[in-house]
Unconditional design. Structure first.
Length: 354
């Protein structure tokens, strides 16, 4: 077995953390381990496998470097697989300073979309990487455009959804038509647009709007809900049972301005919930228009409202067909589809490593 260390910034919430959690829980054993460089709340629980969190007090501390040097030597690590910016930098330092023969992988989850500092760092770092993975075609293109990485060096492997955790409920509520938003409460996720849609449709007494997530703009969002006012909106804050959240919905809205992949869209589809999403790179790779969801322009609140009204007025048979299509789409993003691609990639790197 190839001995692999998955290095990550933290075990908080996000696509990278979901990937590492899934790998550890499905491949327990001495050959696969993970180290998080610091603790960040809320912490995602990892139930199986070797998952270590370091007591680094600052994201800028270099102390984890020395623990990692000992750990790699002790466990004879052959591949260091890095996700998120700080771990990517630490992987580079480990490669350059201590382990020139180790296979160093950058697994890009989307920070390249927003951070020019990170993009600039990648221009220096990426040439020392033995492999580069992008979580979507959109992310691959951004690595080319912003970090100057040749497309020939990038492999696209989509993230996966835990289809054992995200499953459709036996029966959805029919008393109200529930519309949801899930994600970080930050500007680029489009929470303002979601609330504007709720305001536009406020006269529809059978429509209820629910938000789940935390983020830097929580207080601002809560003030908006209170001051508008929006009695048809309920903010649930952090939700641990996201499967239950999705299964209470008739539609999920993903009005992001930027989205490297859009895990919440696939999670909702895995519960049989169709999606109305912004027509941006990443999301438009996932949603098939009029089949398992709909795409709208960024800031397209009127379009979203029209789609909601139209879908709410459709027959039960039509909504069940869209739900089945959503389930079929989600099945393409299972761990069983992800795992052989990743294993083949690791083996290919081992065979071709100098």
């Amino acid at each position: 077995m190839i001995r692999i260390l998955y290095l990550i910034d933290n075990y908080s919430l996000g696509g990278a953390q979901i990937v590492v959690k899934g790998i550890l829980e499905n491949q327990p054993g001495d050959s696969v381990s993970s180290v998080a460089l610091r603790k960040k709340v809320p912490v995602m629980e990892i139930q199986k496998g070797t998952a270590i969190t370091l007591n680094s007090t600052s994201r800028f501390s270099i102390m984890p470097l020395f623990f990692l040097r000992r750990f790699i030597r002790l466990h004879q690590i052959e591949i260091i697989h890095c996700q998120l910016p700080r771990s990517v930098v630490f992987g580079f330092l480990l490669k350059v300073l201590f382990f020139k023969d180790i296979i160093y992988i950058i697994h890009e989850q989307g920070d390249i979309f927003e951070s020019w500092v990170y993009a600039t760092a990648l221009r220096v770092i990426a040439h020392r990487a033995d492999g580069i993975i992008a979580c979507s075609r959109a992310t691959s293109r951004k690595l080319e455009e912003r970090a100057g990485i040749p497309g020939s060096k990038i492999t696209v492997i989509y993230n996966f959804v835990d289809l054992g955790r995200f499953t459709p409920a036996l029966q959805h509520s029919t008393r109200t038509f529930n519309i949801g938003f899930a994600g970080r409460i930050e500007r680029r996720k489009g929470w303002r647009e979601f609330l504007k849609v709720a305001e536009i449709l406020g006269h529809k007494k059978n429509l209820k709007f629910f938000l789940a997530g935390t983020g830097t703009e929580m207080k601002q969002m809560e003030r908006t809900i209170k001051d508008t006012p929006l009695p048809n909106v309920e903010y649930l804050h952090y939700v641990s049972d996201m499967s239950g959240f999705y299964n209470n919905l008739s539609l999920l809205i993903v009005p992001s301005y930027i989205e490297p992949m859009g895990m919440v869209a696939i999670e909702a589809m895995a519960c049989g919930v169709p999606v109305i999403a912004s027509n941006v790179e990443g999301l438009n790779e996932l949603v098939s228009v009029n089949t398992d969801g709909w795409l709208v322009a960024v800031h397209g609140v009127e379009q979203i409202a029209r789609h909601i009204e139209d879908y709410a007025g459709q027959t039960t048979d039509y909504r069940q067909e869209i739900s089945r299509n959503a389930l079929l789409k989600a099945s393409m993003f299972s761990y069983t589809a992800f795992e052989p691609k990743l294993q083949q990639y690791h083996k290919w790197l081992m065979r071709n490593h100098d």
